[in-house]
Design a protein around this ligand. Structure first.
Ligand code: NAP
Length: 516
C-alpha cells in the first residue's frame, strides 16, 4: 500500500478552519518512516481562534434545534464511510505517525464502533426523562440535558484519529459545536475524519479543525470554550484544568499512566506472554493505556520471561504499510531520545536487558526495538515515570497481594491488566486495583467496550470517555419541574394554611411507595 498522494493532503488542507491559510506561516508534516515531507499545513493564530469561536457560537444555536435522530443518523453514515475508506484512512494515519498497519486499523475500528454505539444509544441517553416528582399527579418533574455550547478538543499525536474525533462525536451529538486542535505533528489524520463527517452531513461550522501550537491555539481554546476535552500529558492537563477552573467551566483530561500487569501462578503463561506483547508494544508502546510494569508470581517468573522474550523476538519490526508488520516507528527523534535516556539510565544503574534495548536507525529515523528489562530498581527513572515507548520492566513477586500493592503504588491510575487462572481470581484481583480501566486476560480491551467508561484515577485524569458518562459530560443537566392543577403556594379556593396542615400526613402516607 502506498504513501497517500500529495493530492490527498492538498484536499484535506482545504478543510482547516483558517480563512486565509496562504497568509499564515506553515509547518512541514513528514512521513515518519522516512522523514520526507508529505505536505505543509497552515498554523492557526489568535485571530483564527477568535473567528472559529464566532462561527461555532453562531452555528451551535441552530444545531441545538435539530433532532437527536437526525444527528444520530449522521454518526451512522460516518461509521459506514469509515468502514468503506478504511484503507485510505489507515495509509494517512500510518504516514503521519509511523505506526504499524494493525495499530492503524485498530484505531479506525475503534472510531467506527464508538460512532455506532453513540448513534444507537446517544438519543436514549440524551432525551428528556420523567423522574419522581415531589407529589404524584400534582407535579411533573423532568431531567433535561442541555448542550454546554462550544466544546474544545485538544488531542495528542499517538492516536490522532481516535483521540480527536472520538471525543468530538459525542460532543456535537449532544448539541454542541466543536473546535478540534490536533497535535502539530498529525493534523491530516484529524482532517481526514472531519472530511467524512462533512460528507455524512455534519455542517462545517459545527465541527472545525484548527491546527496550531498548544501554546497559542490550545491555550486560547482553554480560555474561551464552554467545556474542554483534553488528551495528553499530565503536566499539560494540569495547566489546562487550572485555566478552565478559573472560569468554572468543565474539563475532562485523559492523561499519562504507568500501567501495571499482574500474572499469577495459575495463569496460562503462553497466553499471558502473547497478550503482553500486544499490551506493551502495540503502537510502539506509545499508547496511554499500554503496559510498562509486569508483576509475575515468583514460581512462574522465569517461564513467563522466557516465553515473553520468545514472543517478542518473533515480532516483525519494520517500516511500511503492510499488514504483517507488528511494530512500526516511534513518532519523532525526541521521542526516541526520551526512550533511550530511560533505558540507558536503567542499564547504567544495573538493570538487565532481556530483549531489545537500542534504537534502529537502519530501519528509519525513529525506530526503537521492543525492549524488556529486569532488575529495575527505585533509583531508575523508568521505575515510576511514564516512558511512553516500547519498554517494559518485569518484577518477580512472592504473592498476589504483593503484586496488587505494587501495582497500586503509583501516582497514576489509568489502566491495568490481570492474567489469572480463573474468572473469579481475575475479578478479585481486578476489583482491588485503583485504575480507570482494568482488563482481565487482556491488555487494553476495555478501550473498545464502548458502554464501559474509561479514564484515569489520581494523576491520570479527570472525567471519563465512553458510555453515558462520555456523552453527558458535554451537557448541563436541568431539572424542569411543573406544578399542575393546584399551586403548592396555595389557591384562593384552597388556602395555603390547609395545604400546610395536610402536608405531613400526606408525605407520611406516600412512604408506602418505593423510593419515598
Ligand atoms: P502534550 O505535550 O500534553 O500534548 C498534547 C496536546 O496538547 C497537543 O495537541 C499539544 O499541542 C497540546 N498542548 C501542549 N501544551 C499545551 C498548552 N500549554 N496549552 C494547550 N495545549 C497544549 O502530550 P504529548 O507528550 O505530546 O502526548 C503524550 C502524552 O499523552 C503521554 O503522557 C500519554 O500518556 C498521554 N496520552 C493520554 C491518553 C489517555 O487517553 N489517557 C491518550 C493518549 C496520550 P502541540 O503539540 O501541537 O503544541
Amino acid at each position: 500500500m502506498p504513501v497517500p498522494p500529495a493530492s490527498t493532503f492538498a484536499r484535506l488542507g482545504q478543510l482547516v478552519a483558517i480563512d486565509k491559510p496562504s497568509e499564515r506561516s506553515s509547518r512541514s508534516i513528514v512521513e515518519v518512516f522516512t522523514g520526507k515531507e508529505l505536505a505543509q499545513v497552515p498554523i492557526g493564530t489568535e485571530e483564527d481562534v477568535e473567528a472559529a469561536l464566532a462561527r461555532a457560537r453562531a452555528a451551535q444555536k441552530e444545531w441545538a434545534k435539530t433532532s437527536l435522530q437526525s444527528r444520530a443518523a449522521i454518526l451512522r453514515r460516518f461509521q459506514t464511510l469509515v468502514f468503506q475508506r478504511i484503507d485510505e484512512l489507515a495509509d494517512i494515519v500510518q504516514a503521519e505517525t509511523g505506526k504499524a498497519r494493525p495499530s492503524a486499523v485498530e484505531e479506525l475500528l475503534f472510531v467506527a464502533t464508538a460512532a455506532g454505539w453513540y448513534s444507537a444509544n446517544g438519543p436514549k441517553i440524551l432525551k428528556d426523562k420523567r423522574v419522581q416528582p415531589a407529589f404524584p399527579i400534582l407535579v411533573d418533574a423532568r431531567v433535561r440535558h442541555l448542550p454546554k455550547g462550544v466544546v474544545g478538543v485538544i488531542s495528542p499525536w499517538n492516536y490522532p484519529m481516535a483521540l480527536s474525533v472520538q471525543d468530538a462525536n459525542p460532543a456535537w451529538l449532544a448539541g454542541n459545536a466543536v473546535i478540534m486542535k490536533p497535535d502539530s505533528q498529525t493534523p491530516f489524520s484529524t482532517l481526514a475524519l472531519a472530511e467524512l463527517l462533512y460528507e455524512a452531513g455534519l455542517p462545517r461550522d459545527v465541527l472545525q479543525t484548527l491546527p496550531g501550537s498548544g501554546q497559542v491555539v490550545g491555550n486560547l481554546l482553554a480560555e474561551n470554550v464552554d467545556y474542554l476535552m483534553f488528551t495528553g500529558s499530565t503536566a499539560t492537563g494540569k495547566t489546562l484544568a487550572e485555566l478552565c477552573g478559573r472560569r468554572l467551566v468543565g474539563f475532562s483530561g485523559e492523561l499519562g499512566g504507568k500501567n501495571p500487569m499482574i500474572v499469577t501462578a495459575t495463569a496460562n503463561i503462553r497466553r499471558a506472554a502473547l497478550g503482553a506483547t500486544r499490551a506493551c508494544f502495540s503502537n510502539s508502546g506509545q499508547l496511554c493505556i499500554s503496559i510498562e510494569r509486569i508483576y509475575v508470581q515468583q514460581q512462574v517468573f522465569e517461564q513467563f520471561a522466557n516465553e515473553f522474550v520468545a514472543q517478542t523476538r518473533a515480532m516483525r519490526l519494520a517500516p511500511g504499510y503492510e499488514a504483517d508488520i507488528d511494530m512500526g516507528s516511534l513518532i519523532s527523534e525526541s521521542q526516541v531520545k526520551t526512550v533511550d535516556n530511560h533505558v540507558t539510565d536503567a542499564v547504567s544503574k544495573g538493570a538487565k536487558v532481556l530483549f531489545g534495548g537500542k534504537a534502529r536507525p537502519d530501519l528509519g529515523p525513529c525506530f526503537y526495538e521492543p525492549t524488556i528489562l529486569s532488575g529495575v530498581t527505585e533509583d531508575m527513572t523508568l521505575y515510576k515515570e511514564e516512558t511512553f515507548g516500547p519498554v517494559v520492566s518485569l518484577y518477580p513477586v512472592k504473592t498476589v497481594d504483593e503484586a496488587i500493592e505494587r501495582a497500586n503504588d503509583t501516582r497514576y491510575g489509568l489502566n491495568a491488566s490481570v492474567w489469572a487462572g480463573t474468572w473469579r481470581e481475575g475479578q478479585e484481583i481486578g476489583s482491588q486495583i485503583y485504575a480507570g480501566s482494568v482488563n482481565v486476560n487482556e491488555g487494553f480491551a476495555a478501550w473498545a467496550s464502548h458502554e464501559a467508561p474509561c479514564g484515569g484515577t489520581r494523576e491520570s485524569g479527570a472525567g471519563r470517555r465512553n458510555g453515558a458518562e462520555g456523552l453527558l459530560k458535554y451537557t448541563e443537566t436541568q431539572g424542569l419541574v411543573t406544578e399542575r392543577f393546584i399551586s403548592l403556594s396555595g389557591e384562593r379556593w384552597f388556602p395555603v394554611k390547609l395545604l400546610r396542615a395536610l402536608l405531613p400526613p400526606l408525605l407520611k402516607f406516600l412512604r408506602i411507595f418505593p423510593g419515598r
